[in-house]
Design a protein around this ligand. Structure first.
Ligand code: ADP
Length: 269
């Protein structure tokens, strides 16, 4: 994948160079900007975890005998966590590519939101750490005809962010309810929230609110993927700031069709 991306970037750069003096350059410049951002993001996000993994391997090989079992275990756990981060990063790049090329295939099945939230929480557990998660799913919600794997990815991305941008001992809330003719899923955190003028832009590829956010692991792709997936399934996702305290709320909404609603399982457009 990386080789292919780097080839693509090289080709794009060559085209920009050729087109420099003509109008065509304007057409390429946006693509070029995105590719440059992708390359920067790739080098940072691949290098940092790789450095930890390689460092751990090298010090275990050289000084392994000097460490006690607990220290060795701690070092291996840290390396494994970095490996998982790499996995997620590559998965995010693949998801983005699938969205960009229209290669996203939906496998819709009737989904119970309790199951979905449980699965997503298990996958996000390493990021959530010892933060407390309050889950409030309204009883008797209809089943939603969605793609389980894509929805899981959406929730994991939002939970990762709630943990990443919220303080270590904070609480994360997940709420699901039926209102009028729609089902709403909300994920809220106790972080510093999002500046009003960035509430829409955070869903753009590579957009990150603060330079400091670049120091944290991430690609700036998570929310773009969330929106792409949710919209592909007929829903919407928006960000807001909490009014009761500082923190952000991400709200996903899916419309219900009345006929299907009475039948128990819900067909979406
Ligand atoms: P990443 O987290 O990899 O930077 P995302 O697309 O998930 O990429 O998020 C884009 C940006 O939106 C983040 O860099 C951060 O600035 C902001 N953001 C996302 N989620 C939150 C949150 N829960 N609280 C505050 N800011 C957030």
């Amino acid at each position: 994948l990386l080789d292919a991306l780097i080839d693509q970037i090289a080709v794009a750069m060559e085209r920009v160079r050729l087109a420099e003096s003509v109008d065509e350059a304007r057409v390429f410049s946006e693509t070029e900007r995105l590719r440059a951002a992708l390359l920067t993001s790739i080098s940072h996000d691949l290098r940092t975890p790789l450095a930890t993994i390689m460092g751990t391997i090298s010090s275990l090989r050289t000084y392994g005998a000097l460490y006690d079992d607990a220290t060795r275990e701690e070092m291996l756990a840290a390396a494994q966590e970095e490996g998982e981060r790499l996995n997620r990063f590559v998965a995010n790049l693949l998801d983005m590519t699938r969205l960009d090329t229209g290669a996203l295939e939906l496998k819709r099945e009737p989904i119970d939101l309790g199951d979905l939230v449980g699965t997503a929480l298990r996958r996000a557990a390493p990021m959530i750490g010892n933060r407390k998660v309050d889950v409030a799913i309204e009883p008797d919600l209809p089943l939603l005809k969605l793609d389980f794997v894509l929805m899981e990815q959406v929730l994991v991305n939002l939970l990762d962010n709630a943990a990443k941008y919220g303080p270590p001992q904070s609480r994360i809330g997940i709420r699901a309810r039926k209102e009028n003719n729609q089902v709403t899923i909300e994920i809220m955190d106790e972080g510093s929230g999002i500046p009003e003028d960035a509430l829409e832009r955070i869903f753009d590829k590579f957009f990150r609110v603060k330079a400091a956010d670049r120091q944290r692991a991430g690609t700036g792709l998570g929310l773009a993927i969330c929106r792409g997936f949710v919209e592909a399934m007929g829903g919407t996702v928006v960000a807001e700031n909490r009014t009761d305290r500082s923190g952000a709320i991400f709200r996903i909404t899916f419309p219900l069709t009345t006929a299907a609603e009475t039948a128990g399982a819900v067909a979406l457009p």
